[in-house]
Design a protein. Structure first.
Length: 134
């Protein structure tokens, strides 16, 4: 799909922005009960630790400020969430389609890509002249 190659930096920026935007809403849900509230029976560490990471890392990835380290932390959080929240309760079935962990697995790998690529264009880091790896 060579016709998209000239737009790769802008497409990546949109991926980073939308991923951060959607992720921060999970933090708002857990911490402040917005958008359907905290999942029933969620342990306090999930609500406060995971919710805090989702909110802070979501904002940082969204605006492109230290997006690489924030995305790396978010990726690890989603890997832990996948195993604790999906694999273990499903009798250690690792298949996302069976354990309903598609979203956690996808977030894990998208954040890993963002961690490797950095903030890119349309970011606070680029505006500051900081690390902008494209």
């Amino acid at each position: 799909m060579g016709f998209l190659r000239p737009h790769a930096d802008r497409i990546y920026a949109l991926l980073r922005i939308m991923t951060g935007f959607m992720f921060l809403f999970h933090g708002l849900q857990k911490l402040f009960g917005m958008f359907g509230g905290t999942p029933p029976g969620a342990p306090a560490f999930v609500v406060y630790v995971a919710g805090g990471i989702e909110l802070v890392c979501g904002v940082l990835v969204l605006i492109g400020l230290f997006a690489g380290p924030a995305a790396f932390l978010a990726s690890g959080t989603m890997a832990v969430a996948y195993f604790i929240g999906h694999v273990a309760p499903a009798g250690w079935n690792i298949l996302p389609i069976v354990n309903k962990g598609e979203l956690a697995a996808l977030y894990c790998f998208v954040f890993l890509y963002i961690a490797a690529r950095g903030s890119g264009i349309w970011s606070v880091d680029a505006a500051r002249g900081g690390t902008r790896r494209a």
